[in-house]
Unconditional design. Structure first.
Length: 603
């Protein structure tokens, strides 16, 4: 009897077909690259050609009078990051983040500042620990001890707010060098740590996180970035020994092996299961600092982009559209094919649509990434090819963002419209990890970037935007919110070994704004695409996807309307596939309900 042929399952056929197309695409791109290399001698290309002339051309553009004032102390925010003097170790220099969230549900944005209470082998500082500040009409009250989120045993790195259990209030996830915390909001102003019971108390060195319903089952999942397998044995003393200056190995991430990441799938019962390896996104060779779950190709499924330090960045496409209804959801590594396999030291990550600057709006997310010194920041613009494939083009120098960042170490960032003219500007927290050779216990301070968008290129207006922005800092985390509810975007910045800045926006332009919040299931909100049209010009954002470094921006999208007093249309595509459209939305605040039954606006 002849053997019966083995019938391949539908899922297996799809997997083989997808793999075949990927291999074919890679071969085609490789062949094209070899042909292009033979056509020109890239070693002789002058990367500075035309730069000076171009800068002279744009230098005379009239810039708006953007102004910010640091009001941290008078507003009640006085925490100092880190106890005592610097100890010359990588975790301390990496710093900590800062996050906005409305934990008490009163409609304004509260602030969580991450910290650590003791250095390695040091004595705990009673004044250390993280801080939760409740926002009371623009003034902040330290409510940490009463709420239970101090985490005195943790070496704090980052924080995010998310209603993981869908009970209507914001929970808090904190990453540490050591066990992470999941503080469940009890709804009475207090929290309890349920990380162990929920299965998300990863004890490695964790950094940034991303929230989103990657498998579209209606529950909010969590992607966790782990950095390196850190070992401080052999670290130098706090006071360097006599002799020639040397940089200790403890400051170099290349000295330590990378750690794999985690994808925690929410079971819907308050617990999570770890599925990163099964889904193909564990990224074991990456020293990961940040990630976003965002629908990068517009197919309705959340893809994953990961910032890796001194290791190649990764773009994983969610294959759920091809394998809908099957489990587990698989991701395809398209980093090389899409042009995003960036090997530089990547820290901050911001998501937004800037296609209008080059006349090529595609409604897909573009990626801004901050890097280490001498590596330039990056701005990847999404492009859909004629065949429907997703690619990215690095527009950093085209937008005049490369040269000014060569001497900087960039961390937290935000794409936000600071003058409400309808165009996304950029804020970047800079702070070197290089020591002063004559005083190795001190790092070099650097200026913060406030990059105004004139519609074609960006201009750094920080030196004239206020005293605090004109100074140099050891900045790390950066997160934006309209904390004082006056309709514009304010900035909170975490200062390594210093006190946070609370930069109140005092820009006077006469422009109007539309501030959009989403109400509904958390799984439908995270990653939702929000588009506002003003005079038939679209502005597009993705709710919760603009992640920043080790922190979180407020969950309110601020759209600049310019001189218009209303948006022509507001359209939301939720992550469960449903859509909501509102017409003729006046300037002010609007809450869009997932049910589509109601919305509220306020001037």
């Amino acid at each position: 009897m002849s053997a019966r042929p083995v019938k391949m399952s539908r899922r297996a056929r799809k997997a083989w077909l997808a793999a075949g197309w990927i291999v074919l695409g890679t071969a085609t791109l490789t062949g094209f690259a070899l042909w292009l290399n033979n056509r020109r001698d890239t070693d002789l290309t002058d990367p500075t050609s035309g730069i000076t002339a171009d800068f002279k051309e744009v230098g005379s553009v009239a810039k708006p009078a953007i102004r910010f004032l640091d009001v941290a102390r008078e507003a009640g925010i006085s925490i100092r990051h880190g106890p005592g003097s610097r100890g010359r170790t990588l975790p301390e220099d990496t710093g900590s983040g800062i996050a906005w969230g409305d934990y008490d549900g009163d409609g304004d944005w509260d602030l969580y500042v991450v910290n650590f209470h003791a250095r390695f082998g040091g004595t705990p500082d009673p004044a250390g620990g993280n801080r939760l500040y409740r926002n009371d009409d623009g003034n902040f009250v330290d409510v940490t001890k009463g709420t239970g989120v101090e985490d005195l045993e943790g070496f704090g790195m980052g924080a995010t707010f998310a209603d993981y259990d869908a009970d209507g209030d914001a929970d808090l996830y904190v990453t540490n060098l050591g066990p992470n915390r999941l503080f469940r909001n009890r709804g009475d102003g207090t929290f309890e740590d349920v990380a162990e019971a929920a299965g998300v108390a990863d004890a490695r060195w964790s950094a940034g996180v991303a929230w989103g319903d990657f498998d579209r089952d209606g529950h909010l999942d969590l992607y966790l970035c782990n950095y390196v397998d850190y070992d401080h044995v052999g670290a130098p003393p706090e006071s360097p020994a006599d002799g020639p200056y040397e940089v200790p190995f403890t400051l170099n991430p290349n000295s330590f092996d990378p750690e794999p990441n985690c994808l925690f799938r929410n079971r819907g019962d308050g617990t999570f299961e770890e599925t990163a390896e099964a889904c193909g996104v564990s990224n074991p060779d990456g020293r990961s600092l940040g990630a976003t779950l965002c629908d990068l190709d517009g197919d309705g499924w959340l893809d994953l982009y990961i910032n890796n330090d001194v290791s190649t960045n990764r773009l994983y496409r969610n294959m759920g559209a091809e394998f809908e209804g099957e489990s587990p959801i698989l991701f395809a590594d398209l980093s090389a094919i899409t042009g995003t396999a960036d090997p530089r030291g990547s820290m901050g990550l911001s998501v937004g649509e800037i296609g209008g600057m080059s006349g090529k709006r595609d409604g897909l997310p573009d990626l801004f990434i901050t890097h280490w010194v001498a590596q330039e920041n990056a701005f990847y613009q999404s492009v859909l090819t004629s065949g429907g494939d997703l690619e990215y083009r690095d527009k950093t120098r085209h937008f005049r963002l490369g040269e000014n960042s060569l001497d900087m170490v960039g961390w937290g960032s935000a794409l936000a419209d600071f003058d409400l003219d309808g165009r996304l500007d950029i804020a970047v927290a800079n702070g070197s990890t290089l020591e002063h050779s004559n005083d190795p216990l001190k790092l070099k301070a650097e200026p913060i970037f406030l990059l105004w968008n004139d519609g074609r290129v960006f201009h750094d207006v920080a030196p004239t935007a206020g005293k605090a922005l004109a100074r140099r800092h050891w900045a790390r985390g950066l997160a934006v919110a309209d904390y004082d509810r006056d309709g514009d975007v304010d900035i909170a910045i975490a200062i390594n070994s210093g006190r946070p800045l609370l930069m109140r926006n005092e820009t006077e332009t006469g422009h109007h704004s539309l501030l959009v919040t989403l109400a509904g299931p958390p799984a439908a909100r995270f990653g939702a695409r929000v588009e506002v049209r003003v005079n038939d010009v679209p502005q597009t954002r993705w709710w919760g996807a603009d992640v920043t470094f080790l922190g979180m921006h407020a969950g309110e999208l601020v759209f600049g309307l310019g001189t218009s007093t209303a948006a022509d249309e507001l359209h939301v595509r939720w992550m469960d596939g449903s859509e909501t459209t509102l017409a003729a939305v006046p300037a002010g605040r609007v809450q869009v309900d997932h049910s589509g039954m109601k919305s509220t606006t306020a001037q």
